[in-house]
Design a protein around this ligand. Structure first.
Ligand SMILES: [Zn+2]
Length: 406
């Protein structure tokens, strides 16, 4: 009997390890990146320490909901993998519910932890403007004939899906967009890069297997929370047990999540104790089934917002500015003086805006993109005297003004 029990225990244990590895590949991706370039570990630790040492709570105080533009890169082999726009929008809705405490499954949170339920106050939206400021939907579609594109690597360990030259899709600037690649991961649900721990800058973002883009009305196990979990990683959250399972030494560096030795699977109705405290298996950062993942805690909120401010400061866009449909240039003070272009908006203009200056023959003499918070100075020392047209591109609209450069 004992032998049977021991064998059963090992069988269960190994099965659980396999399932857990399928649920989330973030730690594995991180470990492989470190093997390929050990410097990444120092980078990651340094960013992580600076976030831990910052007064994280202060990032929680904000006056408005911020939005994050999302770009999907759908790498597909067949129509089933070529996820429709409707499902992608459903996935964004699911993210918005989970990040704003609007999910309907909070009954799964054990009573003693209900007070930890937090609202992150972040809204995700499908990008509607490309990096150049032109109107363009953030859905890139790339057909492939390769299986398991989400796992394929080049000889120097580049993940092919992040590069069009290898049959994937190039990211939109990750400083300003959340890039989500959808590609066959051969059974793995998803994975994310951790802040500062990308092997290559193009690989900032998350990857989800098409099967786990959701919610799926037929498969109730898929509530779209693979994305929630991986976006949590992208914003700096770790699994509750930290990087090493079962050690009870390092955890997730979040104040209010209980110290927890290992993951939970399925849909646990009771919590065990480990490392001296009662576990909380229902955060979005555990590995339970989607219907039972139910909360981010206040501590996880602080850590995510601190990570965003420190690592991706341009990602959050003010909602009001994002939907600003018009720019009244008559209210802007724009002039050239001493080979500098002076631009002064009537009020701080927090949205990043693309600008371009053309000569009278339509040739571009300068371009760029920037915020016009208060006053901006753009050097124009190489531009000959003459008449030019300065244009701003915003939300697919172009606003122009004639200028004389002395
Ligand atoms: Zn994970």
């Amino acid at each position: 009997m004992i032998r049977v029990l021991i064998c059963y225990f090992f069988f269960t244990s190994l099965t659980n390890i396999v399932i857990s590895q399928k649920r989330c590949g973030t730690t594995d991706y991180f470990n492989k990146s470190i093997l390929a370039n050990p410097k990444i570990h120092f980078e990651y630790n340094s960013i992580s320490e600076s976030i831990q040492n910052s007064p994280m709570d202060r990032y929680n105080i904000r006056v408005a909901v911020d939005i994050i533009p999302v770009v999907f890169h759908v790498i597909y082999r067949n129509e089933q993998e070529n996820i429709s726009k409707g499902v992608l929008l459903d996935q964004i809705d699911a993210l918005n519910r989970d990040f704003n405490g609007l999910n309907q499954n909070t009954r799964y949170i054990p009573d003693q932890f209900k007070h930890l339920l937090s609202n992150i106050d972040i809204e995700f939206c499908l990008a509607e403007m490309d990096p150049m400021g032109f109107s363009r939907e953030g859905i890139m579609r790339v057909p492939t004939t390769e299986k398991a594109m989400g796992l394929r690597k080049t000889e120097n360990q580049r993940s092919v899906i992040h590069y069009s030259q290898f049959g994937g899709s190039d990211p939109w600037p990750p400083e300003r967009y959340l890039n989500i690649w959808i590609a066959d991961m051969d059974g793995l649900y998803g994975r994310s890069s951790l802040p500062g721990a990308e092997l290559y800058p193009a690989e900032r973002g998350i990857v989800i297997d098409p099967q786990w883009v959701g919610p799926n009305p037929v498969d109730t196990k898929n509530q779209g929370r693979t994305a929630t979990h991986e976006v949590g990683h992208y914003f700096g959250l770790l699994h509750p047990w930290g990087m090493e399972r079962g050690d009870c030494i390092e955890f997730d560096l979040v104040d209010d999540t209980p110290d927890q030795a290992d993951f939970y699977l399925g849909c646990p109705t009771t919590s065990n104790s480990s490392c001296g405290t009662i576990d909380l298996p229902n955060t979005f950062m555990d590995l339970v089934d989607d219907p039972c993942m139910a909360l981010f805690t206040h501590g996880q909120k602080s850590k995510m917002l601190a990570t965003i401010q420190k690592v991706y400061p341009d990602l959050l866009q003010s909602k009001e500015k994002q939907y600003l449909a018009d720019v009244d240039l008559s209210q802007w003070v724009i002039y050239t003086q001493r080979k500098l272009l002076h631009i002064i908006p009537p009020a701080p203009f927090k949205n990043r805006i693309n600008y371009q200056m053309l000569d009278i023959n339509g040739r571009e003499v300068i371009n760029g993109n920037m915020y016009f918070e208060h006053r901006s100075l753009i050097p124009i020392s190489n531009i000959p005297t003459g008449i030019y047209v300065l244009s701003f591109h915003l939300n697919g609209n172009v606003f122009s003004k004639k200028l004389f450069v002395e």
